[in-house]
Write a protein that binds this ligand. Structure first.
Ligand code: PMP
Length: 351
């Protein structure tokens, strides 16, 4: 038996480690605070009789509360098992014209993996010297465009003007804006544009700002026609993608806007003092609008710092690709975790 070339050759996405022992875990952009209290309550009070039954294939309860939260119609929302699920479904649905899709370099490394798996040709568009998108690169003929905003792992937010220009230049293809980290930006979401651009799909996740990475919930907002196509493709693969507990807990999380605001603001405040402390230590980094900071030091080797931190039970993210091997991506934890991180980092730098 022979596997097809695209499957044999695929470079699998390697997620950050999930160590079993207790460590300071600043490597996969999880939220250091628990989910909204209503989520724990919902789990404890859950009617286990419902587990015998299939969940609502239309995920109406969560879709409706998300529509209300985003101030759009339920027909403009598509829910999936984490935004990775929504994004991979979107690649299958919208990026199969045979023309190359465009995404930035550097960016979320899963885009390349999906393109290779699904035999979608792609072209990477380098960032400019300040690590911003070069919007003029997105004018060439293409089969679709995807980028995160804010970008990962740089943390840089692009204004809606830039996004609108890209949308206007590409009326005949789908432009996906992956907003996994938008809630930490304090800046407008592209969801506000979906009524004006029928080629725009915006994805968001519950894994970061809502602290529910383990529950696997993500969603897309877009024109009703795009959402209907996504539903059709989803039903053809697996009509019951989301579990009943995830639907109930996700709905609880959306309701608690006050807890969401408080924890997000706390993370942003911790990020801001962490930037100052990193700068004091001589690190250089693009200005992050997310819950992580992508930082390098002109005098210290990235991989060595990563290993030395790991030996001291502090996990951050590091990639071996030469262009970014000098960088560490540090997730913003609690104030206590960040203080411990900085104390340890200073010790290592003195050695
Ligand atoms: N997009 C980006 C840019 C991300 O960093 C991540 C998290 N790894 C995701 C999407 C996927 O998040 P999830 O599947 O947990 O919703």
């Amino acid at each position: 038996m022979r596997l097809e070339e695209n499957i044999r050759r695929v470079t699998p996405y390697v997620p950050g480690e999930q160590p079993q022992q207790k460590v300071i875990k600043l490597n996969t952009n999880e939220n250091p605070y628990p989910p909204a209290p209503g989520v724990e309550r919902a789990l404890k009070e859950m009617d286990d009789g419902r587990l015998r039954l299939y969940p609502d294939p239309e995920i109406r309860m969560l879709t409706e509360s998300l529509a209300e939260y985003c101030q759009v119609k339920p027909e403009q929302i598509f829910v999936g098992v984490g935004s990775d699920d929504v994004l991979s479904m979107s690649f299958l649905t919208f990026f199969n014209s045979g023309k190359p899709i465009l995404f930035p370099d550097i960016t979320y490394s899963f885009y390349k993996v999906w393109a290779e798996l699904y035999r979608i040709p792609y072209e990477c568009c380098p960032l400019d010297e300040k690590m911003h998108l070069r919007k003029e690169d997105y004018c060439k003929e293409n089969g679709g465009i995807i980028f995160p905003n804010p970008n990962a792992p740089t943390g840089i937010y692009e204004s809606l003007d830039v996004i609108e220009e890209i949308l206007k230049q590409n009326p005949d293809v789908i432009v996906i804006v992956d907003e996994a980290y938008i809630d930490f930006a304090g800046k407008p979401s592209a969801i506000s544009l979906i009524d004006r651009y029928d080629n725009l799909l915006v994805t968001q996740t519950f894994s970061k700002s809502r602290s529910m990475a383990g529950m696997r919930i993500g969603f897309a907002a877009g024109n009703e026609r795009l959402i209907r196509w996504l539903q059709d493709v989803k039903y053809s693969f697996n009509s019951y993608t989301m579990s009943y507990p995830a639907i109930v807990c996700g709905t609880e999380a959306v309701k608690d806007t006050e807890y969401f605001r408080k924890t997000t603001e706390k993370i942003v405040a911790t990020r801001e003092w962490s930037k100052e402390r990193l700068a004091d230590l001589g690190f250089e980094f693009p200005d992050s609008s997310t819950n992580f900071i992508f930082a390098k030091h002109p005098k210290y080797d990235g991989e060595k710092l990563f290993q030395a931190l790991k030996e001291r039970q502090i996990y951050v993210r590091h990639w071996k690709q030469p262009e970014i091997a000098q960088y560490l991506r540090i997730t913003v934890g609690t104030d206590e975790e960040m203080n411990q991180f900085f104390d340890t980092l200073e010790e290592i730098m003195k050695e």
